[in-house]
Design a protein around this ligand. Structure first.
Ligand SMILES: CC(C)(COP(=O)(O)OP(=O)(O)OC[C@H]1O[C@@H](n2cnc3c(N)ncnc32)[C@H](O)[C@@H]1OP(=O)(O)O)[C@@H](O)C(=O)NCCC(=O)NCCS
Length: 203
């Protein structure tokens, strides 16, 4: 089904008061693109990894889709993944670990996220061709109206202006819709064994 483009929507920069929206939209799209509320026992769990730290640490690369006061989607990025991961270790994970201390896995996806918070993914060496990475998530009512393309273009422009040479992103293997979208808007599939990854050169 195609949603009608809504002229009232606008893309704007992330602001600190938008943090709750990042957590909520992340949760509502965290099950390979659809609502994961039933799969986590705390609504903030997926956002600790895939949304909130970008608003906190990389606000210049965090953009929201808004309908008046409501936030309907976000695109976030880190221009230098290796440097971002080092900053997470220093400025983000200690606070998150304190917040989840004592939480025991109860719902299906709790354990994986708690494990990643305890032992985050680290890329020790520079990702030469594609140093940046991004995440884009729109609520269902904002999907299929051309806003995903506009949001991605907003992010790619910001990364280009910052002199970033390339960007990559990971996709859940069963998120066929997102894979089709990334290919269609110009990303290349650089997947390998055990990971689905799309990438784009920016200059
Ligand atoms: C994936 C997502 C960002 C795409 O945004 P969207 O607003 O639905 O997509 P758009 O309407 O902007 O589509 C842009 C273009 O891609 C095309 N497209 C979209 N999905 C496609 C698909 N699965 N296969 C082929 N083309 C596709 C559209 O037809 C459109 O083409 P056009 O601009 O040439 O007319 C959005 O659906 C979403 O947030 N989904 C849920 C969360 C998610 O899965 N995020 C990705 C996690 S890796």
């Amino acid at each position: 089904m195609t949603n009608e483009p809504r002229a009232a929507y606008r893309i704007r920069r992330f602001e600190p008061h938008d943090m709750a929206a990042l957590y909520e939209i992340c949760l509502l799209t965290a099950d390979s693109g659809v609502d994961a509320s039933a799969l986590y026992s705390d609504r903030r769990l997926p956002g600790y990894i895939w949304a909130a730290p970008y608003g906190a640490l990389e606000p210049d690369f965090a953009f929201l889709l808004a309908d008046g006061d409501r936030v309907l989607g976000y695109v976030v990025a880190a221009p230098d993944t290796v440097a971002f991961e080092a900053r997470l270790e220093r400025d983000w994970w200690p606070k998150v670990r304190a917040e989840v201390a004592g939480m025991t896995p109860q719902k299906p996806l709790d354990e994986g996220v708690l494990r990643r918070i305890a032992t985050p993914e680290r890329h020790e060496t520079a990702l030469q061709d594609y140093p940046a990475h991004l995440h884009i998530n729109l609520l269902p009512e904002a999907q299929s109206g051309g806003w995903g393309r506009r949001m991605i273009e907003t992010e790619l422009d910001a990364l280009r202006r910052a002199g970033v040479s390339g960007v990559q992103l990971g996709v859940s293997p069963d998120n066929e819709r997102a894979k089709g979208f990334y290919s269609h808007v110009g990303f290349t599939d650089i997947s390998g064994p055990g990971h689905v990854t799309y990438a784009m050169t920016l200059r």
